[in-house]
Design a protein around this ligand. Structure first.
Ligand SMILES: Cc1cc2nc3c(=O)[nH]c(=O)nc-3n(C[C@H](O)[C@H](O)[C@H](O)COP(=O)(O)O)c2cc1C
Length: 333
């Protein structure tokens, strides 16, 4: 038994050497990081985020110019031009589409598959995992609440136990909180086909994130990456895991102020909800691109505590694989 054999199904599915997906990160997972990941034997995934079709087409072409290896594109299901984006990906012959941010509409899955792409979907619970497989998902990602960015309520530790033993029809990749190879090995042994990491790749040399953003990651401990705090159950806040900064504090004050105006009947409930939701608009870009790490959003997973140096992607992948191999060798000893 070797780590490669445990990764075989996932690696073959991706057409990569290692069953390691670079989790799409808006503004971060662009041509440079994606190509570097695929060139290193992992599988890079472009984060489409809010890009329009023309912009996505450019990014795909630019990535193809940097790597001969396969990579994927992550599309957010609530994007108003989802079907057009699917067509862009298919026209560029990108082999894998990852649908994120909700259960994808049936026609999007159908069209992607008819057009020759493999489809990966996020499964937040076992019942939905089964439904997604019936709807045609070729593989699943289960992402625990340890992850950076938008998160569900359940940890990967629990999701892996709930889902991995029961989904064998398609490969299942696990994400959230993975920072070392020992953990990769354990999830493979539990039945995962592979893993998806985001936070661990932010400080890659090839990653275009602003030096301030990378510095914040290098300094942070696991406990600094916390979910957004909601002040009032009547005004739900989308949970996002990020490093605490001045923006997080101002968000609490903003919620309190908006709720106060609602109480005084200066705002309707819908208007108040929108004002709360608008607070973080454009905030990830501010932090990643402009380097405003005080007011921008520092989305990061709990694995941020294991990010301790800026390193080339090949070195990060080599470290992860060596840690997994060494752990497996200790099992046999
Ligand atoms: C800064 C940042 C931005 C992210 N943006 C996206 C995104 O646009 N789409 C998506 O599906 N996941 C997004 N994610 C989640 C990652 O793809 C990945 O699943 C997650 O980072 C895995 O957990 P980890 O950070 O603990 O490795 C983002 C994560 C981070 C840290």
């Amino acid at each position: 038994m070797s780590v490669a054999s445990l990764m075989k199904r996932g690696a073959e599915f991706l057409g990569a050497d290692y069953a390691i997906l670079g989790g799409a990160m808006s503004w971060i997972s662009e041509r440079n990081l994606v190509a570097a990941l695929s060139n290193a034997g992992a599988f890079g995934v472009i984060a489409c985020g809010a890009m329009e079709p023309k912009r996505l087409a450019e990014e795909i072409t630019a990535t193809q110019a940097l790597t001969q290896k396969p990579f994927g594109v992550n599309l957010i299901t609530m994007h108003p031009m989802l079907m057009e984006l699917v067509e862009v990906v298919l026209a560029a012959k990108v082999p894998v589409i990852v649908f994120a941010g909700g259960i994808p509409p049936g026609p999007a899955i159908k069209r992607a598959k008819e057009g020759g792409a493999k489809v990966i979907c996020f499964a937040p619970a076992l019942a939905l995992a089964k439904k997604l497989v019936r709807s045609g998902a070729d593989a699943l990602v289960i992402e625990g609440s340890e992850a950076g960015g938008h998160i569900g309520p359940v940890s990967l530790n629990v999701l892996a136990q709930e889902i991995l033993p029961h989904i064998t029809e398609v490969p299942v990749f696990v994400a959230g909180g993975i920072g070392r190879g020992e953990a990769i090995l354990s999830y493979l042994e539990m039945g995962a086909a592979g893993v998806q990491l985001g936070t661990r790749f932010v400080c890659a040399t090839e990653c275009v994130a602003h030096p301030n953003f990378k510095k914040a990651f290098l300094r942070a401990a696991a406990r600094d990456a916390v979910p957004t705090v909601q002040l009032d159950a009547r005004f739900p806040v989308i949970p996002v895991r990020a490093l605490v900064n001045a923006g997080s504090q101002r968000f609490l004050e903003h919620q309190a102020h908006v709720i106060d105006r609602f109480r005084k009947e200066e705002l309707t409930k819908d208007a108040a909800q929108l004002e709360i939701e608008h607070f973080w608009a454009g905030a990830l870009r501010r932090a990643v691109i402009d380097g405003d790490v005080e007011n921008g959003s520092l989305m990061a997973g709990q694995s941020v505590g294991m990010v301790s140096a800026e390193q080339p992607v090949t070195e990060i992948i080599r470290e992860l694989m060596e840690q997994a191999e060494a752990a497996l060798a200790r099992r046999a000893a």
